[in-house]
Write a protein that binds this ligand. Structure first.
Ligand code: NAD
Ligand code: TDX
Length: 341
């Protein structure tokens, strides 16, 4: 069995590759990644010499390159993690989000049709459902919740989802879609909330909390997401969407305070800054379908997962120092220059 993992040099894709190589000893895993600012080959260094693994630097928007690797490897399954994934960047520059997240998905699916791939799995997000009010804790996103996006990022992911389901209906491509809540864990790029706060706190820098910090996200340890995707590609029904989330809602401000507590730092580092445009208030997933149909349940409790994650950033300083000393520096200065005056 050969599995293509696109975006495997990023946060969730790399964790998925480690999970799959560990779990399925007889599988061949091919990582396709163009290594954008968010892709990091050093993340994959522990598996580079594994004979069951191959890395190919190709963009999912490069039709010839994609056709060539399908021709060479004849994958059984394709799992598409490759995407532009950061909401703030999509607000600054939407074009690349449409290019990668929509057109890239189409190019991959065309190759899947051409080469008779048995399962195309699209890794999507709970953000396609928009947001929920803060004062209605009884409301959750189910697979039937209408799509209603807020940012160019989420609009591009929702567009890709529609295209994936259209390829199933029109061409009979055996697809599946997972819509997961916010992930956290090792190898997350430090532009995202949790690693950004950990690293800033370690460096004694201000912790920029958008707006009042009351926005709520539903957090899932990355390995639990990987397990869900593995279950779906093996046992999930073709043409089906599965929501993935662990009923773990937290306000941003409470996450930041917990991180400060774990690191033994001072809350005076917190700085409330200008809010994100169109900032979604609350995400909350109802995972009933995947738990009933496929027996999935999250295994890592948030308190334990967050401690493990903070420890990982403490133990892997070289990994993130290399990132923040490079191009990301310019991004950080630009995005937070106005916010952190
Ligand atoms: P990430 O930004 O850490 O990694 C994205 C990876 O995709 C990088 O390695 C990058 O180099 C690669 N990539 C980007 N454009 C590419 C292209 N044109 N061709 C090939 N590779 C390309 O993202 P992540 O947080 O790991 O997210 C992975 C997927 O999961 C995304 O599709 C995202 O929408 C989805 N998702 C993320 C979360 C989350 O909390 N991070 C939650 C739900 C869903
Ligand atoms: O500096 C910050 N300060 C802050 O208050 C940053 C970077 C974020 N925030 C807030 C914004 C959000 O309410 O924290 C929350 C989480 O922000 P992000 O880490 O940027 O994640 P989010 O916007 O929720 O999107 C994430 O989850 C869904 C991923 O980046 C997406 O790829 C995924 O689809």
């Amino acid at each position: 069995m050969t599995v293509f993992v696109t975006g495997g040099a990023g946060f969730i894709g790399s964790n998925f590759i480690f999970y799959m190589l560990h779990k399925h000893h007889d599988y061949r895993i091919v990582c396709i990644d163009s290594l954008t600012y968010a892709g990091n080959l050093s993340t994959l260094s522990s598996v580079m010499d594994d004979p069951a693994f191959r890395f190919a630097r190709i963009s999912i928007t490069d039709k010839e390159g994609i056709d060539k690797i399908f021709e060479e490897e004849h994958p059984d399954t394709v799992v598409n993690f490759a995407a532009e994934s950061h909401v703030d960047r999509s607000i600054e520059n939407p074009s690349i989000f449409l290019e990668t997240n929509i057109i890239g998905t189409q190019i991959l699916m065309d190759a899947c049709r051409k080469y008779g791939v048995k399962r195309f799995h699209q890794v999507s997000t709970d953000e396609v459902y928009g947001d929920l009010p803060l004062d209605r804790p009884d409301l959750f996103f189910t697979e039937k919740t209408p799509l209603k996006t807020s940012s160019p990022y989420s609009a591009s992911k929702a567009s890709a989802d529609l295209l994936v389901l259209a390829y199933h209906r029109t061409y009979g491509l055996p697809v599946s879609v997972s819509r997961c809540s916010n992930n956290y864990g090792p190898y997350q790029f430090p532009e995202k909330l949790i690693p950004l706060m950990v690293i800033n706190a370690l460096n004694g820098k201000p912790l920029p909390v958008y707006g009042s910090g009351e926005n709520v996200r539903d957090w899932l340890y990355v390995e639990d997401h990987c397990k869900a995707v593995d279950l779906i590609i093996h046992n999930g029904e073709a043409g089906t969407v599965y929501n993935v989330g662990g009923h773990n809602e937290m306000r941003n401000i409470d996450i930041v305070k917990t991180i400060i507590g774990i690191l033994g730092k001072d809350e005076s580092l917190i700085k409330f800054v200008e809010d994100r445009k169109g900032h979604d208030r609350r995400y909350a997933i109802d995972p009933a379908k995947i738990s009933t149909d496929l027996g999935w349940k999250p295994e890592t409790a948030f308190a334990e997962g967050l401690k493990k994650t903070v420890q990982w950033y403490l133990d892997n300083q070289i990994w993130w120092e290399e990132i923040i000393s490079g191009e990301y520096r310019e991004y950080y200065d630009k995005m937070y220059a106005k916010r952190l005056v």
